[in-house]
Design a protein around this ligand. Structure first.
Ligand SMILES: Nc1ncnc2c1ncn2[C@@H]1O[C@H](COP(=O)(O)OP(=O)(O)OP(=O)(O)O)[C@@H](O)[C@H]1O
Length: 257
């Protein structure tokens, strides 16, 4: 209905913590079908920008418009459920005692069903829906390379595999947009490759758009169509990945050299 508009448009976002201007008048947009990167030195405001965009923190100023709807002030939950914009955190969260498949099915159920499930007749409907969720979960598990461990408790798997579970779980509710906070942190090169493949698959085959905070510049340049750079809370520059890594301001503030 609003396909000519950006999927996400954030204008003049600011957030201070006491005297620290964590985010200072930042405006960005994400187009439909895009994978964009958000980079910058430690403490440049990337996570705070995510927090204020996704309802976790209240911005001091600014507006957040998702798919043509002003969602400024909505809670994290409402943005996830009604806006279908999800975010990850730097710390990986899984249901450790549940197996991989159950982790994904539960993630799907949490978004599919309202919190009060006493509606008359929901039992029958939910069985059908759960069947659909299980099928989707299995497809995503295959795609994420977790098929051989699908019946193992998540807590028995490596940190990298748990990141893949978390990422695949985020795809269960058919999101429009996912904000990933350092998805490659602390994982080995083989799993990095798998996460990259999974992001590409979600983007190309499931139509999910992404904004990715990432310090691994090789990953940023290989998956992102556009990169936005923050420095000291403000937007320093944005552009094509190839231009960004050559930009003298970015080299001085972040990349070195
Ligand atoms: N809840 C908070 N209370 C006080 N200060 C905060 C809070 N959250 C962030 N800050 C401060 O805001 C600034 C930006 O922090 P933020 O975590 O957003 O940066 P970042 O770019 O995500 O850093 P990193 O790459 O290290 O994760 C920092 O100076 C940080 O100390």
């Amino acid at each position: 209905m609003t396909s000519h508009l950006p999927l996400l448009e954030i204008k003049n976002l600011s957030k201070s913590y006491g005297a620290v201007k964590a985010v200072n008048d930042v405006s960005i947009h994400i187009d439909r079908g895009e994978i964009a990167g958000l980079i910058g030195p430690n403490g440049s405001g990337k996570s705070t920008f995510f927090d204020c965009s996704t309802g976790l923190a209240k911005p001091d100023t600014g507006t957040v418009v998702l798919d043509g709807q002003d969602i400024t002030g909505w809670s994290l939950n409402r943005i996830a459920r009604e806006g279908r914009m999800l975010r990850s955190f730097q710390k990986t969260v899984t249901f450790r005692s549940l197996d991989v498949e159950e982790n994904l099915v539960i993630a799907g159920q949490m978004f599919t069903f309202p919190s009060i499930t006493s509606t008359f007749g929901l039992g029958k409907m939910s069985r059908q829906r759960v069947g659909g969720l299980r099928e989707r979960a299995r497809d995503l598990i295959k795609m994420a390379g977790l098929w051989d461990v699908r019946h193992q408790p998540a807590g028995n798997l490596s940190g990298g595999q748990q990141k893949l579970i978390q990422f695949a779980s985020m795809l269960m509710p058919e999101p429009k947009l996912i904000l990933l906070d350092e998805p490659m942190a602390g994982i080995n090169p083989k799993i990095i490759e798998r996460v990259v493949d999974t992001i590409r698959y979600a983007n190309k085959s499931l139509g999910v758009s992404f904004l990715v905070i990432e310090h691994n510049i090789d990953v940023v340049t290989s998956i992102c169509q556009r990169v936005i750079v923050l420095d000291q809370g403000a937007k320093l520059v944005e552009g094509l990945p190839g231009d960004i890594i050559q930009d003298q301001r970015v080299r001085e503030a972040y990349l070195g050299g």
